[in-house]
Design a protein. Structure first.
Length: 129
């Protein structure tokens, strides 16, 4: 199950959405009922999806990071720029930017004019925020 996709889907849409695991669509009658419900503006979420999202909500956001994202965040905490991180990891700056965007999303740090998300991510990594 792609938890990030399911969470993003739920954060964008409030009705007319469905997310079922492939083993749930084997029952044709149940699947047809689910399609009707979603077509009428309802919501259909697989119980396993709901369970995983609830577990994720109560876990440490840093646990969501991939090993590479953790490495990038650690280098950010060390004061490295994107260029410095790219040189250290022998990757492009655009790859670093993608990792940082993933970090910010997984740490639930939305864009805000009043906040510097990169600093907030480092503070969370250091256990200060």
């Amino acid at each position: 199950m792609e938890e990030r996709y399911a969470a993003d889907l739920l954060s964008v849409h409030t009705s007319g959405i469905g997310y079922l695991l492939k083993q749930r669509v084997a029952d044709v009658e149940e699947f047809a009922d689910t399609l009707r419900r979603v077509a009428e503006g309802g919501t259909a979420l697989d119980p396993q999806v709901v369970s995983q999202l609830l577990v994720r909500r109560h876990s440490d956001p840093l646990d969501r990071l991939t090993p590479r994202e953790r490495e990038v965040l650690e280098l950010m905490a060390g004061g490295r720029s994107n260029a410095g991180i790219a040189a250290q990891l022998v990757v492009s700056e655009s790859a670093v930017a993608k990792h940082i965007n993933g970090i910010l999303a997984k740490l639930d740090l939305p864009k805000a004019d009043a906040d510097h998300r990169r600093v907030l991510a480092v503070l969370r990594f250091l256990g200060v925020a």
